[in-house]
Design a protein around this ligand. Structure first.
Ligand code: CAA
Length: 239
């Protein structure tokens, strides 16, 4: 039985990923940073244990992964899903808005992947799946910070895939489009309507649609897929 760790795994896309992995027979740990109430509810409903730490902090990641591995054994599948937004036009963006998003969304994947990669390399098996975004591919007004971080995740994925390949470790990114989560629902309604009008499938995506993509890339059978970017966006941006 393989062990999977999902960051930002108690709400939104992360929760759907954690549940899908559990249903597929993985031992699953879900990390979260802030919302204790949502995490407690998630754990009670699913039986998936949740662990609190910030992916923006390297030492917290080291301790957190140690705790997960003490409970479940070595992490075979890491899903870098934790992410935040601080949407604001660039001319009004503060250094704090910039740094907060880079620290969680981009530095977070270094901080987390670094904890598990050596072990995966030694055991000759691993799956790193990072949840990037359509907005890392196309750029999005109001999101210079987020678009930069998400594009950075794609570059990280391509580079590490090459280092990891001969050790049986694959490294891939998924680029969701606009998915019906709290993050997208926080976008002003008038803007959201404009966004949905840009999606050929004619609706927002659903979190389980991203979860199924993660399952595919995480599987033992996906060993020949590495360094790839899987676009799941209803046709909104075709690369
Ligand atoms: N698509 C189309 N039009 C957009 C847009 C978008 N994503 N974002 C902004 N606009 C438009 C607005 O509708 C508005 O147009 P009009 O002048 O014709 O009304 C114009 O740009 C200016 O926007 P605001 O009046 O809202 O300007 P503001 O300064 O008050 O706020 C903003 C700017 C913070 C960027 C705000 O518009 C906003 O939050 N936009 C959404 C940005 C976005 O798409 N964020 C994605 C969040 S979800 C996510 O990040 C998950 C993921 O990976 C996809």
């Amino acid at each position: 039985m393989r062990t999977a760790l999902v960051t930002g795994g108690t709400r939104g896309i992360g929760a759907a990923i954690a549940k899908a992995l559990q249903d597929a027979g993985y031992k699953v740990a879900a990390n979260y940073a802030g919302n204790d109430e949502a995490a407690a509810r998630f754990s009670e409903e699913t039986g998936i244990k949740s662990y609190k730490w910030s992916v923006a902090d390297y030492d917290q990641c080291a301790k957190g992964v140690e705790a997960v591995e003490a409970d479940f054994g070595p992490v075979d599948v890491l899903v870098n899903n934790a992410g935040i937004t601080r949407d604001v036009m660039f001319h009004k963006m503060t250094p704090e808005d910039w740094q907060a998003v880079i620290n969680v969304n981009l530095n977070g994947i270094f901080n987390m992947t670094h904890q598990v990669f050596a072990g995966m390399r030694e055991r000759k098996f691993g799956r790193i799946v990072s949840i990037s975004s359509i907005n890392g591919q196309k750029g999005q007004m109001g999101q210079t910070n987020y678009s930069a971080a998400k594009a950075g995740e794609i570059g990280f994925t391509k580079a590490l895939a090459q280092e990891a390949a001969r050790f049986g470790v694959t490294v891939n990114a998924i680029c969701p489009g606009y998915i019906a989560t709290d993050m997208v629902m926080a976008v002003p309604e008038a803007v959201r309507e404009k966004i949905v009008a840009q999606i050929p499938v004619g609706r927002l995506g659903e979190a389980p649609e991203i979860a199924r993509s993660v399952l595919f890339l995480a599987s033992d059978e996906a060993g020949f897929i590495t360094g790839s970017t899987l676009t799941v966006n209803g046709g909104q941006y075709i690369v």
